[in-house]
Design a binder for this molecule. Structure first.
Ligand code: NAD
Length: 324
């Protein structure tokens, strides 16, 4: 067992958290991760309405008696979303862990803290981590440039981002972006973190509620199989490198607006990719960790493999490399 301040604070067995993922973070995956001793996370905005989120929380509770959380991502959307009502749904459902992302969590904290909810704030820069800590969150999930989805605009990979953050952030920190195996977990601990957050790696698991062809694409893809879209709009997103991503980048460089590009990049089209396995139907998030994904295990097999290999690596390799 690897025990850290994060596992203690959040009441979980293993220091492995499943990142909130649009369309993927549903009860099937979150409950499987939590049942395996990690922390599963439902993605709030994947549910079309706050009432649907309430139902999904009940569904997840029916599938696990272990702690799980809900992600709320606040980034530009094509159609405005009622974030306050999603927060109400989370609070009223009695969920005790929330992952905020995409924007300053401060406006939401009083309501969440009053309800006794522990907040993990995911961010992509040291300065945002510092201000979230000051605002009163319980943990930071620091997301490096390697990550799927929104890596921010500073382009700092985790080898520097994590220790730079650990130099100034005192609350427990998760390492996010590029993590998928035991080597990553051991590195994260060495870089000053107390656990890892994995998104793309959990997409390639038996329980992830997405088409097998998407899982196979993650196994087949290497570390170069991603594209960065929305760079010109300062809303960068790392997605699977397909023809839709190439077209979106082309349109950006032609100076097209988000309203013009919108129909191509809409999340609703990405949803069809996960449902049908048609990899070219829309944009879908994937991280550079694809270069490390070689199989589609169950969440339990994956988590247990990572933890046991990490223990062996620390005990039998790293400790023994110190000269007497
Ligand atoms: P959507 O269909 O509303 O928008 C599609 C994409 O266009 C999103 O990436 C969105 O950020 C971007 N976008 C929309 N309006 C924009 C604007 N005015 N300027 C610049 N970019 C704009 O969104 P969705 O795919 O249904 O996703 C819902 C939410 O979840 C969004 O906030 C999205 O950013 C977020 N998301 C996050 C991740 C992640 O990895 N963190 C991955 C997928 C989606």
């Amino acid at each position: 067992m690897i025990k850290t301040r994060f596992t203690e604070l959040f009441g979980i067995k293993h220091p492995i958290v499943q990142g909130g993922m649009q369309w993927v973070g549903r009860a099937e995956l979150a409950s499987a991760v939590s049942n395996a001793g990690g922390l599963g996370i439902l993605t709030g905005l994947t549910q079309p309405t706050p009432d649907d989120l309430r139902k999904e929380i009940v569904r997840c509770r029916g599938m696990t008696d272990q702690p799980f959380g809900v992600n709320l991502t606040i980034l530009p959307t094509l159609v405005p979303r009622p974030y306050g009502e999603y927060i109400d749904a989370i609070v009223e459902s009695g969920v005790k862990i929330v992952e905020t992302a995409g924007n300053n969590p401060k406006p939401f904290l009083p309501k969440l803290k009053d309800a006794g909810i522990k907040v993990i704030h995911k961010c992509t820069s040291v300065r945002h981590g510092v201000s979230a800590e000051k605002a009163g969150v319980d943990a930071i999930s620091m997301d490096g440039f390697e990550c799927a989805g929104h890596p921010g605009e500073d382009d700092v990979p985790n080898l520097v981002l994590l220790p730079a953050a650990a130099n100034v952030i005192k609350i427990p920190m998760l390492a996010s972006g590029g993590f998928g195996d035991a080597r990553g977990l051991v590195a994260a601990l060495a870089l000053g973190c107390e656990g890892i957050n994995m998104g793309t790696r959990f997409m390639a698991t038996k329980e992830a509620p997405i088409h097998d062809k998407v899982k196979q694409a993650l196994v087949d893809g290497d570390e170069r199989a991603t594209s960065l879209i929305f760079r010109t709009m300062r809303n960068t997103s790392r997605v699977y490198a397909n023809s839709v991503a190439r077209k979106a980048i082309e349109m950006e460089h032609e100076g097209k607006t988000i309203q013009e590009i919108g129909p191509l990049v809409a999340g609703a089209r990405g949803k069809v990719v996960y449902e049908t396995g048609d990899l070219e139907h829309g944009i879908w998030s994937a991280g550079t960790v694809m270069g490390l994904i070689r199989d589609v295990p169950s969440c339990k097999e994956l988590i247990e493999r990572i933890v046991s290999e990490a223990e062996t690596m620390i005990r039998d390799k790293l400790a023994k490399s110190i000269a007497a």
